[in-house]
Write a protein that binds this ligand. Structure first.
Ligand SMILES: CCCCCCCC(=O)CC(=O)SCCNC(=O)CCNC(=O)[C@H](O)C(C)(C)COP(=O)(O)OP(=O)(O)OC[C@H]1O[C@@H](n2cnc3c(N)ncnc32)[C@H](O)[C@@H]1OP(=O)(O)O
Ligand SMILES: NC(=O)C1=CN([C@@H]2O[C@H](COP(=O)(O)OP(=O)(O)OC[C@H]3O[C@@H](n4cnc5c(N)ncnc54)[C@H](O)[C@@H]3O)[C@@H](O)[C@H]2O)C=CC1
Length: 734
């Protein structure tokens, strides 16, 4: 952890060294300050270049030191601002040579420099807000002065990262190079030696402001509230930028400090920051998978995938084709008949056109030939060229087995065979192939080209190479792969089950869909259970319940309306489906929509009357349920199932579950994930509530507290990072 100095003629080059990402720890900042002071006083030095070792400028403050958020870490930002200010006040030009990343405090340091030269592939952003804090080393005061109020407001409040070409357009950097950045920066430095620096010091620059600033700030706060729900740091960013506009620079810096300090002084804001930082490290942790046999991410080598195939171009298949093509992988897209193939082709083309436009708008010249080529075909024999195949046909075991049997004989012997099933048994699918070690579940989430999660479902025979190849592929696709075990519905959907059931029971007991959704959306979930069900389509669950005989023609005669095998059952969603209310796709579901396929959910008086009549017909007394009770009724059974998943070793740790929920189910990151949330609420509280729920509802088995939860409470509720050690791995399905 150091900064060193070399000289190239009259230019001193200061290199930040703190592998792997040149994070700005206290020690690293001290070291930069020391070297910067030295070169200030060295008469031979006429200009200064600051760069990072190993192709990375700096990923900002060292997040590993944030664990004990408080005074100490707050002083780190003051300290970093001292460096920034020293660079800014320097009488010798200071140039940031930005390669790789300049994020958070890294970019703040670059803003303290007089000029910024970046490599064309460099990424820049003030990402602090995504960690529950905000730029506290002058970033909120300097960025609006450099690029103007509106772009700065967007970057700071959302943590948006921009590539160098966009940064150049914004005026965030002065020059872009495709060659050696440090050499380019030295050359740049030589050209500006002796030129006046006053106009390059951001602290002296006025901010160009539009006349309607107050409206802009207020609108921004409303928008951020909607986007990030109860997240405090986003709101504080707006206040800090308001200070930049209203106060002289030095006072703005003090206000920025005061606001940052307010995060450490508020329990809620501190918890949110802890949750976000936990989520950041959890995402890194899950990449380090291991199996009970001892194979792991280090020992297994992935195979590169040059050609991939997708079978089935429905909702999921088309999105999967797009993400493969975007990663420049050659794709073979297979359908069962000409009509479906044509529909698939059109859908894929449309998404790719939209993607191209977005990339162009982001300043990334992406021509269609930068995508991997896609061959649309009905010919299964073309699959013989694929290194990896992803099956995405209907959720039907017989059909999937039929397809895997074919794949086993057509594909190259070393080709990997993946299924996108959302819950069927991977081992049963693998059993029909002659290569079960190369079969694995790749559970994408809808829309597949957007959602970041990939549940990698390991079958009993899936080999370490197969796991490693798919995890590596997830990275290539820009996704986060989480290895999970093979059980019905895997991890995410399995935990959704008790949550959705409980939400429906709440309707029977007196709530309305919009009431339940509002509580969960205010908590921070992207969508409440009923809006989500309408989006997915109520018919999906209905078909699977019909298939398993819970409703429809296979239901045994004499079954009670609200009970199945002694367990509580609600027929409400079945009745809606029987009435043709499938959700958005039919324009009616738990809500009504303006049109078939409409997105705008409006409470439906029909549903309210229907629920009223239903309760009357079944003599259910409407119980008042508070907002807090709604939250607990929905979330605690989901969390309880999470503990069951851990106990059965379907997920290897609480972080895995939380990464799945943050990236696949719209869980608010400032709440860390369901298991992190449980640890914040307190395990004894969650357990006590579940005990009461279960005692009063013994016909709802998912309310029965998990053995692991009870064990942890008995052991005094150890912190989440110790839960993993309570898992035995004797029966691991991982
Ligand atoms: C309490 C508040 C006090 C306020 C004080 C200071 C004020 C400030 O100055 C505020 C800040 O800067 S906050 C930090 C802002 N920086 C960021 O958000 C960047 C986070 N990192 C990334 O995005 C990616 O890792 C990145 C894009 C950089 C690289 O992605 P890759 O996919 O290539 O690699 P990763 O696997 O993500 O990372 C490699 C290893 O580096 C670790 N790491 C990354 N960023 C770090 C950082 N900023 N600090 C410490 N460690 C960091 C990462 O954990 C991983 O380590 P291992 O898990 O051990 O492999
Ligand atoms: N829809 C969703 O949100 C999610 C679905 N899944 C899973 O992904 C799989 C696909 O689901 P969706 O895309 O929703 O289904 P879908 O019904 O939209 O599309 C299935 C496609 O498979 C094609 N197909 C059927 N038999 C075929 C055959 N023999 N050969 C070639 N193509 C054939 C159909 O023509 C259709 O285009 C299922 O296993 C499902 O459980 C997984 C995650 C989310």
């Amino acid at each position: 952890m150091s900064a060193s100095k070399e000289t190239e003629g009259a230019v001193a080059v200061i290199t930040i060294r703190n592998p792997p990402v040149n994070a700005l720890s206290q020690q690293a900042v001290e070291s930069i300050l020391k070297v910067l002071k030295e070169v200030q006083f060295d008469p031979a030095v006429k200009a200064i270049v600051i760069c990072g070792e190993n192709g990375k400028f700096s990923a900002g403050a060292d997040i590993r030191t944030f664990e004990n958020i408080g005074q100490k870490s707050d002083s780190l930002s003051h300290f970093l601002e001292d460096v920034n200010s020293m660079a800014e006040k320097s009488e010798k030009p200071v140039i940031a040579a930005i390669e790789g990343v300049a994020l958070g405090g890294g970019l703040e340091l670059a803003l303290g420099c007089h000029y910024r030269v970046a490599h064309v592939k460099a990424r820049l952003g003030l990402t602090e807000v995504l960690l529950g804090i905000f730029p506290g080393a002058g970033g909120t005061q300097r960025l609006p002065r450099l690029i103007g109020l509106l772009p700065a407001l967007e970057m700071i409040t959302t943590g948006k990262i921009v590539f160098a070409p966009v940064a150049l357009k914004l005026g965030l950097i002065d020059s872009v190079t495709e060659d050696n950045t440090i050499k380019a920066a030295i050359h740049f430095a030589q050209n500006v030696i002796g030129k006046p620096l006053e106009s390059r010091r951001l602290c002296t620059k006025p901010i160009q402001c539009p006349p309607n600033m107050e409206t802009i700030f207020n609108d921004s706060k409303i928008k951020l509230k909607k986007l990030f729900h109860g997240a405090i740091s986003h709101q504080l960013c707006v206040e800090a930028i308001r200070a930049a506009v209203q106060l002289p620079f030095a006072e703005g810096i003090l206000k920025e400090r005061e606001l940052l300090f307010s995060i450490f002084n508020s329990e809620q804001a501190r918890d949110q920051a802890k949750a976000r930082q936990y989520a950041f490290f959890a995402e890194r942790r899950v990449t380090k998978w291991t199996t009970p046999s001892g194979a792991n991410w280090k020992s297994a080598s992935p195979h590169p995938i040059g050609v991939a195939a997708v079978i089935g171009l429905g909702t999921m298949g088309r999105g999967i084709v797009v993400c493969l093509a975007k990663a420049q992988i050659q794709v073979i897209a297979v359908e069962q008949d000409g009509k479906q193939l044509e529909m698939g082709r059109k859908a894929v083309t449309k998404i790719l056109e939209r993607e191209t436009l977005t990339m162009q708008q982001r300043g990334l010249a992406l021509m269609s030939d930068s995508f991997g080529s896609i061959t649309f075909t009905l010919d299964f024999n073309s699959l013989k060229n694929a290194d990896l195949v992803i099956e995405a046909v209907y959720e039907n075991m017989a059909l999937k087995k039929e397809i895997f049997k074919q794949l086993s004989s057509i594909c190259m012997p070393e080709a990997f065979l993946c299924t996108n099933t959302s819950g069927l048994n991977i081992d049963e699918i693998a059993s029909v192939t002659g290569r079960p070690h190369l079969v694995i579940g790749t559970h994408f989430f809808s829309p597949a080209h957007i959602m970041k999660l990939l549940e990698v479902v390991r079958g009993y025979h899936s080999s370490p190479t197969t796991i490693s190849t798919v995890i590596n592929l997830s990275k290539v696709l820009g996704k986060i792969g989480v290895v999970v075990g093979n059980c019905p519905s895997f991890v995410g959907n399995r935990m959704m089950g008790p949550y959705l059931h409980q939400a429906i029971f709440l309707l029977e007991d007196g709530c309305y869909p919009e009431e339940v959704d509002k509580v969960l959306e205010e908590f921070g979930l992207a969508m409440g259970p009923f809006r989500m069900s309408d989006l997915v389509g109520l018919d999906v669950g209905w078909r699977s319940r019909m298939e398993s005989g819970l409703t429809g023609p296979k239901l045994l005669p004499g079954a009670l309306v609200r009970q199945r095998e002694g367990k509580r059952y609600s027929p409400l969603p079945d009745i809606l489906c029987e009435k043709g209310r499938f959700g958005q796709k039919t324009g009616r579901g738990w809500y009504q929509y303006e049109t078939v396929g409409g997105r705008n959910a409006v409470p439906d008086p029909w549903v309210q009357n229907f629920l009223h009549d239903y309760r009357k017909a079944h003599t259910i007394k409407q119980k008042p349920t508070s907002q807090n009770e709604i939250l607990e009724w929905c979330l605690y059974p989901l969390i309880n199932e999470g503990f069951n998943v851990l106990e059965e070793e379907i997920a290897s740790g609480p972080e895995d579950i939380d990464v799945i929920y943050n990236n696949g189910y719209g869980w608010p990151r400032h709440m860390g994930g369901p298991m992190f949330y449980a640890s914040m609420v307190g395990l004894p509280k969650v357990l006590t509530k579940l005990e009461v729920f279960y005692e009063n509802n013994p016909d709802i088995p998912s309310l029965k507290p998990s053995g692991l939860l009870k064990k942890l409470v008995k052991q005094g509720s150890p912190p989440l990072k110790e839960w993993r050690s309570q898992l035995g791995y004797q029966n691991s399905k991982l």
